[in-house]
Design a binder for this molecule. Structure first.
Ligand code: VG1
Ligand code: CO
Length: 555
C-alpha cells in the first residue's frame, strides 16, 4: 500500500473530467499523486508494452517535472519509445498531429487548457488514443477504476533527461526522441490552407490589420512561425506570443472577458482581424473592430465556405456540433445535403465519426473549432481558415471583412442568437441541488407557459429532457449530458455542470434563439436573449440554490 511520509496509507480517486484530470498544481505535487495517475493511465492501455507514445504539454508550471516522471514511469511500464516536444512543449493540436503522423499508440498531454497556470493554479494530464483524439469514456473510466484499487507503481531509477536539445536518446531501456515542437504542425497547416492566396491578399491589402494574441500560452511559438515566418506579417501583428509557465498571470481563455487586452487593442488600433488562442492552443476567438464572431457562427461559416479551402476540395463528409452549440451549422449541413450530428460536450465525441469518414468540420460553442485533419479542436487552424476565407471572398467582393461575411451568412441562413452564462466555482452541493430541482420540475413542464415579466414575453414549453447520446459508430451510450428545455418558437435553454473545473462546481447556462428578421441581425445578442435568460433563472432558481446573482463570465 502507498504510505506517505508519516506512514499513513493513501489512495487517490482520480476521475478524469471532460478533458483529462485537472487539479491545482499543489494537488499534483502531493506525494505519489502524479505517479499514481500516470501509472493508472499506462496500465489502462492493453498494449502499453513495446508501444510508442507522444508526450508534450502547454508549457505551464510543473510540466517539465511531470514529463520527467512520465518518462521514468513509462520506462518501468515497458514503453518502447516516447516522442516528446522540445522542453516538454506541444500544443494540443500539435500533439494530436504527432500521434497520427508517427502512428503512435497514444499520447500524454500535460495541460489544463485555458485554466490559469503557475504554482497556485492548475495543472492537468490527459490521455489521447491512437487516432490522436482524447480517450473515450470507456478508457477514462478504466483509468479511474485503476486509481481506486491501485496498490503500487513502478518507476525507473533514472536521472532527469535534458529535454532542451532535439535528438534521440537512450533513457534506461526507453528510447526518447526530442522533436521540434512547432515544425510538423506548421507543415500540416500549409498542406491544408491556401497560404499563397492568404499571403497575396495580405500584401495587396496593407490596410487589413491583423493581430494575434497568444495570451502567453503555448500557441505563441506556433503563431510566430505562422504569422511572422510563413505569412510575412510584421512583428507587431502578434502579442503575448512568448509562452510562459504562468501565462504571465493571464487567464489564457480566448473570450471577450479574459482576452480583454486584445479586445481593447482591436478597438483602439482599428484592427480588422483579431484572434486569440487558449493555453494549450485548441481554442480560438475571432473578432474585428466592432464585430465578434460567436464560435457557433464561426464553425457554420467555415463549413459554408469550405470549398475555398484546398483540404476540403473533395467536398464535405458531414458536419457536427456539441449539444449546447447553436444550430447554425445544422442549417449549413442541410443546405449542403450532408449529415449534421449532435454530440455531447467534449471533443472526444467527434473522433469516431471522423474515423468512420462521416465528419469533416465540427465545433463547440466554447470556442472550439476543427476538422478531421487531427482529432482535437484546433485554434490556429480556425484562425487560418478565416484568413483563407477572407482572402478568397475578396477575390469576388473586394473589401469584404469579418462583418460582411457574417451579414452575408445571416441573410442566407438567418441568425441563431446564442449566449452562455458561467457561474464558476459555486458550492458543489448547491449546484447539485439546482440540477435535481430542475429535473423534478421537468416532469410537469411540457405544454406549460413560462413568462419573463420584465419584457412581458411568454414561452410555451415544447420539450424537456436530459441529453443522452448513442455513438452511431460503436453504440456506446453517454447519459446525463445536459438538461434542456425547447420552446414552441424553437428557442432553447440548456443547463449542465462543467467537467473541467478544478475546484467546486461550475454551472453553465446556455440560451439560443433563431431569427429570420433581417432587422434583428445587427442586434446585440444579450438584448435579444434577455427574456430567455430571465426564464432560465426563474425556472432553475439558480440564485436561491447558489447565492449567485450574476455570472462569472458571459460569452
Ligand atoms: C469545457 C467546454 C467544452 C470543451 C472542454 C475542453 O468543458 O464546455 O466544450 O470541450 O471545456 O476544452 P466543460 O465540461 O467545462 O463545460 V479545452 O480547451 O479544455 O481542452
Ligand atoms: Co484548450
Amino acid at each position: 500500500n502507498y504510505v506517505d511520509s508519516d506512514g499513513d496509507s493513501i489512495l487517490y480517486y482520480q476521475k478524469p473530467g471532460t478533458s483529462g484530470l485537472r487539479k491545482r498544481v499543489k494537488v499534483f505535487e502531493q506525494e505519489h499523486y502524479t505517479e499514481n495517475f500516470v501509472w493508472a493511465t499506462l496500465q489502462a492501455q492493453p498494449e502499453i508494452k513495446g508501444s510508442t507514445l507522444v508526450l508534450g504539454g502547454d508549457g505551464r508550471y510543473y510540466g517539465v517535472e511531470c514529463a520527467q516522471k512520465v518518462l521514468k514511469l513509462s520506462a518501468a511500464a515497458g514503453v518502447k519509445k516516447i516522442i516528446v516536444g522540445q522542453n516538454a512543449i506541444l500544443s494540443t493540436p500539435a500533439a494530436s498531429n504527432l500521434i497520427r503522423k508517427h502512428k503512435a499508440y497514444g499520447g500524454i498531454l500535460m495541460t489544463a487548457s485555458h485554466n490559469p497556470g503557475g504554482p497556485d493554479n492548475d495543472f492537468g494530464i490527459k490521455y489521447n488514443i491512437a487516432n490522436g483524439g482524447p480517450a473515450p469514456e470507456s478508457v477514462t473510466n478504466e483509468i479511474f477504476n485503476i486509481t481506486k484499487t491501485i496498490q503500487s507503481y513502478s518507476i525507473a531509477q533514472l536521472p532527469d533527461l535534458d529535454l532542451s536539445k532535439i535528438g534521440s536518446y537512450k533513457h534506461g531501456e526507453l528510447e526518447v526522441e526530442v522533436v521540434d515542437s512547432v515544425a510538423d504542425y506548421v507543415d500540416l497547416l500549409k498542406s491544408i490552407f491556401d497560404f499563397d492566396l492568404i499571403k497575396k491578399f495580405l500584401s495587396e491589402n496593407p490596410s487589413f490589420k491583423f493581430l494575434f494574441d497568444g495570451l502567453s500560452g503555448v500557441t505563441g511559438s506556433y503563431g510566430q512561425a505562422i504569422f511572422l515566418g510563413e505569412l510575412g506579417l510584421s512583428k507587431d501583428s502578434v502579442q503575448n506570443a512568448v509562452p510562459l509557465p504562468d501565462f504571465g498571470g493571464l487567464h489564457p481563455d480566448p473570450n471577450l472577458t479574459y482576452a480583454h487586452d486584445l479586445v481593447e487593442r482591436v478597438e483602439k488600433d482599428d484592427i480588422t482581424f483579431g484572434a486569440a488562442s487558449d493555453g494549450d492552443g485548441d481554442r480560438n476567438m475571432i473578432i474585428g473592430k466592432g464585430v465578434f464572431v460567436t464560435p457557433s457562427d464561426s464553425v457554420a461559416i467555415i463549413a459554408d465556405w469550405a470549398h475555398v479551402i484546398p483540404y476540403f476540395k473533395g467536398g464535405l463528409k458531414g458536419l457536427a456540433r456539441s449539444m449546447p452549440t447553436s444550430g447554425a451549422i445544422d442549417r449549413v449541413a442541410q443546405a449542403k445535403g450532408v449529415a449534421g450530428y449532435e454530440v455531447p460536450t467534449g471533443w472526444k465525441f467527434f473522433g469516431n465519426l471522423m474515423d468512420a469518414g462521416k465528419l469533416s468540420i465540427c465545433g463547440e460553442e466554447s470556442f472550439g473549432t476543427g476538422s478531421d485533419h487531427i482529432r482535437e479542436k484546433d485554434g490556429l487552424w480556425a484562425i487560418v481558415a478565416w484568413l483563407n476565407i477572407i482572402a478568397a471572398a475578396n477575390q469576388e467582393h473586394k473589401g469584404w471583412n469579418i462583418k460582411d461575411i457574417l451579414q452575408a451568412h445571416y441573410s442566407k441562413y438567418g441568425r441563431n442568437f446564442f449566449s452562455r452564462y458561467d457561474y464558476e466555482e459555486v458550492e458543489s452541493e448547491g449546484a447539485q441541488k439546482m440540477i435535481e430541482h430542475l429535473q423534478k420540475t421537468f416532469e410537469s413542464l411540457n405544454g406549460t407557459q413560462l413568462k419573463a415579466t420584465t419584457t412581458d414575453t411568454t414561452f410555451t414549453v415544447k420539450e424537456t429532457g436530459n441529453f443522452a447520446y448513442t455513438d452511431p459508430i460503436d453504440g456506446s451510450v453517454s447519459k446525463n449530458q445536459g438538461l434542456y428545455v425547447v420552446f414552441s418558437d424553437g428557442s432553447r435553454i440548456v443547463v449542465r455542470l462543467s467537467g473541467t473545473g478544478s475546484a467546486g462546481a461550475t454551472i453553465r447556462l446556455y440560451v439560443e434563439k433563431y431569427s429570420t428578421e433581417a432587422s434583428e441581425y445587427g442586434q446585440d445578442a444579450q438584448v435579444g436573449l434577455k427574456p430567455l435568460i430571465e426564464v432560465a433563472l426563474q425556472l432553475s432558481k439558480l440564485q436561491q440554490f447558489t447565492g449567485r446573482d450574476k455570472p462569472t463570465v458571459i460569452t
